[in-house]
Design a protein around this ligand. Sequence first.
Ligand SMILES: NC(=O)C1=CN([C@@H]2O[C@H](COP(=O)(O)OP(=O)(O)OC[C@H]3O[C@@H](n4cnc5c(N)ncnc54)[C@H](O)[C@@H]3O)[C@@H](O)[C@H]2O)[C@@H](O)CC1
Ligand SMILES: [K+]
Length: 487
Amino acid sequence: MTGLHTADQVRAAESQVLARTPEGALMQRAATGLATVCLRLAGRAVGLRVTLLVGAGDNGGDALWAGALLTRRGAAVTGLLLDPARAHPAGLAALRRAGGRVTGDPAAAGLHRADLVLDGITGTGGRGGLRPGAAEAVARAVAGPGLLVAVDLPSGVDADTGAVDGEAFPAQHTVTFGAVKPGLVVGEGRGFAGRVHLVDIGLELPAPTARQLTDADVAARLADPGAGDDKYSQGVVGVHAGSATYPGAGVLCTGAALRSRPGLVRYAGTAAEGVRAAWPEAIVTDGRPADAGRVQAWVVGPGAGTDDEARSVLAEVLATDLPVLVDADALTLLAASPELARGRSAPTVLTPHDREFTRFGWELGGDRIGAARTAAADLGVTVLLKGDATVVAGPDGTTFVNGTGTPWLATAGTGDVLSGVVGALLATGMDATEAAAVGAHLHGRAGQLAAAGGPLIASDVVRHLPAAVHLLRTAPHVPRARPPVIR
Ligand SMILES: NC(=O)C1=CN([C@@H]2O[C@H](COP(=O)(O)OP(=O)(O)OC[C@H]3O[C@@H](n4cnc5c(N)ncnc54)[C@H](O)[C@@H]3O)[C@@H](O)[C@H]2O)[C@@H](O)CC1
Ligand SMILES: [K+]
């Protein structure tokens, strides 16, 4: 599990270490880690042309110290001082001592021929997007051939939210210190961070503000069937999705549930004929949820319409004491009658995309973690806010940011697949917020496998779910999972 820590949390942990270590020691650790990663990425030191973009704070100090280390290893390092009077004094002196050169002129900083560019403009102390001088230097860096490496955080990205207000440094790699900040993995920031390398600088960190599951974490939560299991003990999920005219959502959602968890899927709805034809393994009725037989969780909404019948089905399943996943059309209905979800005794999971989210009247700015948390607390539900990095927030504030997936998943029907996956996990009795996070991770991995040869369609994701489970289970360090407990 990767813990995500806010800038304040990291700063507080840093000040504890600062109080008991010699001056500059922490920055030395950061700079040494940074230089080590740079050498690994570049594959050599001697003759390596490096340009440092140096801002006015300690982030610039890290870059200068790392530049000094690289100079000593034989690199040709130039520091571009964006605010020369405020450049970190000790770092600047170290670079000069080592034989590095400095300039205040972006045109003279060698960005057109650098092998490596280190972005030390701002880190956790940055506010807002790049200022004009910094933006000009970044534009030159982007136009040049150098590998773009951000120091701690791509400048211009908000450490806590990933919001980018204006321009930011588009890093190919980010070397971050002490802890991964949420802004590196969520929101727009995710797209600016590139590959994230965490350097341990010996901080004692508090509980993270949010978490990111690894393959091993997810595998550990996916239990094998035991010798005494039968189809009922594996979790039975009910699906109400699709319509007679558009059965696709019912077919995809039912198929995803079947392929995620080999228990039993019951389908109830007007897409019955299409679902029966596609999935003989499902138990299908064209009646209402109450006609479907016993289930341990419901998925309701994808392609199910927003008419009175659909509304009454939604009210029926939300009136049960079973976990319910509400998606798509059912979210539109719920947004108009949120009281149906408020105060339920069993867990409810909402899986909105941005438009569905704002229909509830919740604001969605650059802070997707904050928005999902506010919504979850408002209704007392788990909110899975879909996006490039899906955010899952539970009613108690537990938060996950998903780290798997591919842009190819932005295609019709993949949301129906996600609902089926999470619904199947809910039916096993898994905690609802974990089920949403585990389901998002598995769905993303299946999407990555399905997209290996190029574009994918949603049914490709369904087909790749078993291979994705296998991939997760063969990840390093997977502990054995205990069998699920079915109520
Ligand atoms: N506190 C510590 O002991 C350590 C801090 N470290 C580094 O220190 C960084 C934080 O340093 P600081 O708190 O000095 O802050 P930063 O270096 O992140 O930036 C603050 C400076 O940038 C200016 N600034 C703010 N927004 C700007 C913008 N949009 N465009 C241009 N300039 C802007 C401010 O005026 C201020 O002078 C971390 O990200 C990390 O890189 C590491 O060396 C590890 C140890
Ligand atoms: K930076």
